[in-house]
Design a protein around this ligand. Structure first.
Ligand code: BJW
Length: 233
């Protein structure tokens, strides 16, 4: 069996990283148009850097939870049976990798990387960023930005994502509200190609009615149970 899993902020919620649109979510306290657009970065880079510096510090203190670990186990177990798990995440954290997942497609980028807008180099980055920090590659200051995908920017690896999605037997969306495109359109794309779909979420998402199957509850409980069921059938 070939499974395409899309994860969102809900899979990392129990690791202490906030979601965006839930009660107390990041976008209820911070304005995404002032922090997560290229225009915001051009107008007020200090504010944008401070927001991502705070989140980078939170990420470095966080640990993967049982949902991340179950998906890492599933990748190995399916491969041993001649199948595959393609793991696509909208999350910019590295908790899937730290749980043991080998291949993770980060369609919205990675918080622990920086990209230089002057020379185009992308590099691992664990410290705070600011406009004063020079690029280690080209030595210019002011060009480094978090390697994340803001509103209006093209998500990463789109061709590989659609290829993997259309090669899957099952599409599963875990812990995502289904409100940000193009990821929110994957369920429609899958259904249009006769691929079964399942949602795993705390509560029904915005596009819950589009899914063939659903499981509701905290990801740390629902994901391991689902993984075990798939691997024993
Ligand atoms: C739990 C749980 C627990 C809680 N257990 N579950 C139509 C087509 C194409 C584009 C658009 C379109 N309409 C509008 C657009 C433009 C825009 C967009 O979608 N806007 C919408 C707001 C309408 N999209 C873009 O600009 C994207 N680029 C683009 O479209 O380029 C052109 C293009 C077109 C066509 C094809 C290809 C390209 C870029 C979007 C970039 C999003 N960036 C962010 C910030 C990234 C950096 C950062 O982290 O700061 O990405 S916004 C934010 O939302 C972040 C997330 O990845 C993303 C999705 O959020 P997510 O993960 O779903 O979180 P929440 O909070 O919304 O939901 C959490 C869920 O978890 C909830 O359902 C809870 O119930 C659940 N949960 N606890 C299980 N314990």
């Amino acid at each position: 069996m070939n499974i395409f899993v899309l994860t969102g902020a809900g899979v990392s919620a129990e690791s202490g990283l906030g979601t965006f649109r839930d009660k107390d979510g990041l976008w209820t306290r911070f304005d995404p148009m002032k922090l997560a657009t290229p225009e915001a970065f051009a107008q007020n880079p200090d504010e944008v850097h401070a927001f991502y510096n705070m989140r980078r510090q939170n990420l470095l203190a966080a640990e993967p939870n049982a949902a991340h670990r179950a998906l890492a186990h599933m990748e190995t177990a399916l491969a041993e049976r001649g199948g595959s798990l393609f793991l696509c995440t909208q999350n910019i954290d590295d908790l899937h990798e730290r749980a043991g997942s080998q291949r993770v497609a980060h369609m919205h980028g990675e918080l622990l990387k920086a990209r230089c807008t002057a020379c185009g180099e992308t590099m691992p980055w664990l410290k705070d960023l600011s406009v004063e920090v020079p690029c280690p590659s080209c030595r210019r200051s002011g060009g480094l930005r978090p390697h994340v995908v803001w509103f209006g920017e093209m998500p990463l690896e789109m061709d590989a994502l659609y290829d993997a999605l259309l090669a899957a037997d099952l599409f599963v969306a875990i812990g995502t509200s289904g409100s940000v495109y193009p990821a929110a359109g994957f369920v429609t794309e899958a259904q249009g190609h006769g691929i079964r779909t399942c949602e795993i979420n705390l509560d029904p998402s915005d596009n819950a009615r589009q899914f063939d199957d659903a499981r509701y509850g905290p990801a740390s409980a629902t994901v391991p149970t689902w993984v075990e069921q798939v691997l024993t059938t």
